[in-house]
Design a protein around this ligand. Sequence first.
Ligand code: SF4
Length: 251
Amino acid sequence: MYNVAMMEGLARPRHPEPGVELLSYYRELLEGFGPQGWWPARTRLEVILGAILTQNTSWKNVRIAIRRLRRAGLLNQRRLGRASQSELEEAIRPAGFFRQKARTIRHFVSWLDRSYGGSLHRMFRRPPEELRRALLGIKGLGPETADAILLYAGRKPFFVADGYTRRILARHELLRPRAGYEEAQAYLHQHLPRDSGLFNEYHALLVEVGKRYCKRSAPECAACPLEPWLPRRTERAGLPTAATARQGEWV
Ligand code: SF4
């Protein structure tokens, strides 16, 4: 039985099937924010460089670094392969951690040369799970960067379960508060259709929620489009939360 708050549309009941719940979030966000048009880049190489550069920095800084790479002619793969460590460092300096990131880019480019003759096309023809394991073997590439490369440059269905995603899903009690990257990704892969278009847009929308509302120390729930699904809100309205829905109390 729904109470007054529910009838006024102020809170949403938790569906026992997490996939249905997750798709409700997706539809709400897509309607509210519109398509995000990710990844903002002209080529696959640019996506890959952006995925490496965006670690621990804002996208604004990445844009500056990409512009400097373009000006230096380093968005050309052959030219990038010949660039020295110091030349690369100088170009990407605005993105922060530039020594480490320059090394990672060089590791990636030389691995690509050795393994696929420098061809991204050949690289992305490899079975996705195998390719993911190979990318994770490159020094400096963690799961978030590898998955951003696979999803946004290769259109392979790997959800980028980044910090924003984990924070939002944990606050909504869909994930444990301390769920790690692999656990969060496995949960999303288990409950959502394995579709690269959906993963592309959904991740971009969650990043937007994280940046606008779901801040680390002071979430702005009252203004957030996901607020009607907030567990405390549904509990107060007498509706099923994640825990009760899992116990089959959802009606
Ligand atoms: S800001 Fe609040 S309502 Fe929005 S996603 Fe975060 S916890 Fe949920």
